[in-house]
Design a protein around this ligand. Structure first.
Ligand SMILES: NC(=O)c1ccc[n+]([C@@H]2O[C@H](COP(=O)([O-])OP(=O)(O)OC[C@H]3O[C@@H](n4cnc5c(N)ncnc54)[C@H](O)[C@@H]3O)[C@@H](O)[C@H]2O)c1
Ligand SMILES: [Zn+2]
Length: 398
């Protein structure tokens, strides 16, 4: 669909070079879903289901093979204290993996940890044939994936995401890396996992705020590409927030399918993959302006989606009724922590967004519900008024 709009826009379809086809789902005997990811450089499966851990060893067999490949696990102490018994239960006593730890927190997502972890792995006997499992949230996944990309120029690894955000977003797509003192995610690589195991059971111990923050990325998936997911999240809010496995599975599988489809078409973010950044221009700016301390990523993205929505409403890419539905859905998964930051600081921070190319500020706007457009001509006036509008919503909710 090409939108009639007085501004130049790239429609979702114009960014998709070939006919889009949602990845097909397969179910195995335990009603675990398998979603294929197929990109220009990699092909792997995302396995989504409740209670995957008890059969983990059997499920790893195709990746471990029969040649006695060493298995390493990178996790965080917090996750390991909750889940190590279940994680190890299926491993025979003489085939236990070697476990290494990444400290929790964005401040530890750094090169120094990658170097330490690689050194520890080599001291423990890792070689080119070793298999690494990154077991944790997005931080463990990004650092673990970067370790796997770097150790001896790349070893195989498996993502075992334990937060909602990492299950629906960061574990799929092959982006791995670390933060620098100068900014988030500024050093990294593309290194796809050999498989992703998303066990919904792990979410039972996730703090409520982390669950909601991840769900904002699923709302994003619904807005940009999947009207059915959007509707499901509207009607099933209570089951989702009370962590009913079936409801969570629907949301997670639909979000992963959307991401798999998009990265399958545009692995390196040269076109279509940009739509995954709905809410991220202002979201990243809010995170930077608040020094990454006040809001979780998903919460900042939720505020950012409200700002993008306002631009879309003013430009007519969404009707007022659609804008209201989107706004209501975002607030239905709140509460969003209030923002104490000046509009000027947010606007200024958007100028430093690493996704800007040659000074062009890129925005993703919703185009109705279930579709989106990429625009590069958002004016300062539009940005200022969308941020001002967003801050009005912030004040109204104090
Ligand atoms: N690579 C990508 O494509 C991509 C995409 C989006 C985000 N990211 C990155 O992901 C990171 C954020 O990931 P996140 O939101 O998962 O945060 P996180 O990894 O910091 O995890 C959040 C918190 O939840 C805890 N936790 C994790 N699993 C748990 C469980 N099952 N039970 C109880 N507690 C648990 C963690 O210890 C941590 O304290 C950021 O660094 C971001 O840059 C990467
Ligand atoms: Zn995000």
């Amino acid at each position: 669909m090409r939108l009639t709009c007085k501004f130049s826009v790239l429609s979702y379809d114009s960014l998709a070079p070939k006919k889009m086809q949602a990845p097909r789902l397969r179910y195995d005997e335990a009603n675990v879903r398998t979603i294929p990811v197929k990109t220009a450089s990699a092909e792997y499966s995302v396995i989504v289901g409740n209670n995957i851990l008890p059969s983990l060893y059997r499920r790893l067999a195709p990746y471990v093979g029969t040649s006695g490949r060493r298995v390493f696990v990178i996790t965080s102490p917090q996750i390991w204290s909750l889940w190590s018994n279940s994680f190890l239960a299926s491993f025979p006593v003489d085939t236990q993996p070697t476990v290494l730890f990444q400290p929790p927190g964005e401040q530890w997502k750094r090169f120094a940890q990658v170097e330490r972890l690689i050194t520890e792995m080599i001291s423990a006997g890792a070689d080119r044939s070793s298999l690494l499992i990154a077991f944790g949230g997005g931080i463990v996944g990004d650092v673990g994936g970067f370790v796997a990309a770097s150790l001896m120029r790349g070893i195989d690894y498996i993502q075992m995401p334990s937060t909602l955000l990492s299950q629906v977003d960061s574990s799929v797509g092959g982006k791995v890396g670390v933060n620098l003192a100068t900014g988030k995610n500024l050093a990294g690589a593309f290194h796809h996992p050999k498989a992703v195991f998303a066990d919904i059971e792990l979410l039972q111990t996730l703090p409520d705020r982390e669950l909601r923050a991840g769900l904002f990325e699923s709302i994003k998936a619904g807005i940009i590409r999947d009207a059915k997911l959007f509707r499901f999240m509207e009607t099933q809010r209570d089951s989702i927030l009370s962590r009913h496995a079936k409801a969570l599975e629907q949301v997670i599988a639909a979000s992963i399918r959307m991401k798999a489809e998009v990265v399958g078409i545009d692995e390196r973010e040269s076109g279509l993959r940009m739509i995954l950044n709905l809410g991220h221009t202002v979201g990243h700016a809010i995170e930077a302006a608040t020094h990454y301390r006040k809001l979780l990523h998903g919460e900042a993205v939720a505020w950012g989606m409200l700002a993008a929505l306002e631009i879309g409403r003013a430009r007519g890419t969404v009707t007022t009724a659609q804008a209201e539905r989107i706004e209501q859905l975002i607030f239905a998964y709140g509460p969003l922590p209030p923002l104490k930051v000046k509009a000027a600081a947010i606007v200024e921070a958007t100028r430093r967004d690493k996704k800007n190319r040659a000074g062009v500020r890129r925005f993703i706007l919703p185009a109705g519900i279930g579709n989106s457009v990429v625009v590069e001509n958002v004016t300062d006036t539009e940005l200022n008024s969308s941020v001002a509008h967003m801050l009005t919503l912030v004040r109204a909710r104090r």
